[in-house]
Design a protein around this ligand. Structure first.
Ligand SMILES: [Zn+2]
Ligand SMILES: [Zn+2]
Length: 397
């Protein structure tokens, strides 16, 4: 089976590269993936994959049945949205949609999932069960396309037993993939805070209430949430990336505005941390005569890779790529809405290496120079197909 898949993936390399370049050149923002959706729909039609429907407005869910289709259902997920970034790469497939760019590799995920679908469709006689293909919109934007799709029943009819997702990783060399069992990615919450005092002349601080100094104290005190309040064995991050105190050298402003992010890997602690952040910010502000408005917007939950499914997937990846090409990953404090799937059923989210220093392909995701070594495409589509089919054939009837 591995050799069959590798041959099919090699044969599809050029076609899927063209697909990837088309999607890369025509990126669409989260929840606006209408053209991408139609493009993939037509591609599935051309491949004879007719059992499919549109879902979550700009998503697609398709199924391919093997023998004994009711045995088990394994889902493969690829996300389709791009980011509001102006592409800086000078390549023939540069974005034609100025200011929008596939800078997180979702063009790669979509095209690899399409390639996997084509491979699986040609191997219908070689596996038992059903593969569900989830082309997901809106990963980059709250509330996350995954949560919308789940609400609209993407995991039902037929009910999905396990789900596998793939994401590019420019830290890993092309030819390699990475896995991590258990806790893998963080929950993410956005913090918005305004501290109000009383502005006035910088020379008369005693007649004003300076919100700049109060905000400085709040930021410093909030460091204790991670350093003193958090359990040392639970990873936590609290970072502030935006602060606006729009006074001048001699003007104390009325208010100071702050934005930041809180990330962790434990739901109980996440809830407690929110309470602690609000209490510290309000307590310090009020004790110094200011008012504090604070909003914490909940983002995606943490991502948990099912230990058994992930071990199986890793073993299967070793069989496909060789032990030296399968890497153990560390916890990654970014967030992914694949986490919503991981809360519903056994899930495995793994990484596809796309880096190639010899070709100067080293930029991180979410940067204007992000790109991939396209030699990752046959690996990405072949491995996805193999992981799904190997898992289905392993499962008892
Ligand atoms: Zn991203
Ligand atoms: Zn992404």
């Amino acid at each position: 089976m591995i050799n069959k898949i590798k041959t099919l993936a090699a044969n599809l390399h050029e076609e899927i590269r063209t697909v990837r370049r088309h999607i890369h050149q025509n990126p669409e923002l989260s929840f606006h993936e209408f053209n991408t959706q139609q493009f993939i729909w037509n591609q599935l039609d051309d491949a004879g994959i007719m059992d499919k429907q549109k879902i979550a407005e700009t998503g697609i869910v398709a199924t391919i049945q093997g023998k004994n289709p009711k045995k088990q259902v394994v889902a493969l997920r690829g996300d389709m949205d791009a980011l509001p970034i102006l592409e800086a790469n000078d390549v023939p497939y540069k974005s034609l949609n100025t200011g929008v760019m596939h800078a997180c590799g979702h063009d790669v995920h979509t095209s690899c999932l399409l390639g996997a679908a084509k491979i699986i469709n040609l191997l219908r006689d070689d596996f038992e069960g059903t593969v569900k293909l989830i082309f997901q919109p809106g990963e980059e934007k709250l509330p996350g396309g995954a949560s919308v799709m789940i609400k609209e029943g993407v995991l039902k009819n037929p009910e999905v037993n396990q789900i596998i997702g793939q994401h590019v990783m420019p830290l890993l060399p092309v030819g390699t993939v990475g896995f991590r069992k258990g806790l893998y990615m963080a929950s993410t919450d956005e913090i918005y805070m305004t501290i109000r005092g009383k502005g006035g002349h910088g020379a008369q601080p005693h007649q004003n209430i300076d919100p700049v100094v109060v905000m400085a104290q709040v930021i410093t005190a909030l460091q204790q949430v991670v350093s003193r309040v958090a359990s040392p064995i639970i990873p936590s991050v609290l970072s502030f990336g935006k602060i606006i105190a729009n006074g001048a050298t001699n003007i104390i402003p009325n208010e100071v505005y702050l934005e930041g992010t809180f990330r962790t890997l434990d739901e109980d602690w996440r809830a407690k941390a929110h309470i602690s952040i609000v209490k510290i910010a309000k307590g310090i502000s009020e004790s110094l005569g200011c008012e504090c408005d604070i909003e914490i917007r909940k983002g995606y939950p943490f991502l948990m890779n099912d230990p058994q499914l992930t071990q199986n997937a890793k073993d299967n990846a070793i069989a496909y790529l060789g032990k030296e090409n399968v890497i153990d990953l560390d916890i990654w404090m970014a967030a992914e809405d694949f986490s919503y799937f991981s809360q519903e059923l056994p899930a495995c989210f793994y990484r596809l290496g796309t880096r190639n220093e010899a070709k100067n392909i080293t930029s991180h995701v979410h940067t204007p120079t992000f790109d991939i070594d396209e030699d990752a495409l046959p690996i990405g589509m072949g491995l996805m197909a193999w992981l799904a089919l190997a898992e289905l054939n392993r499962l008892p009837f």
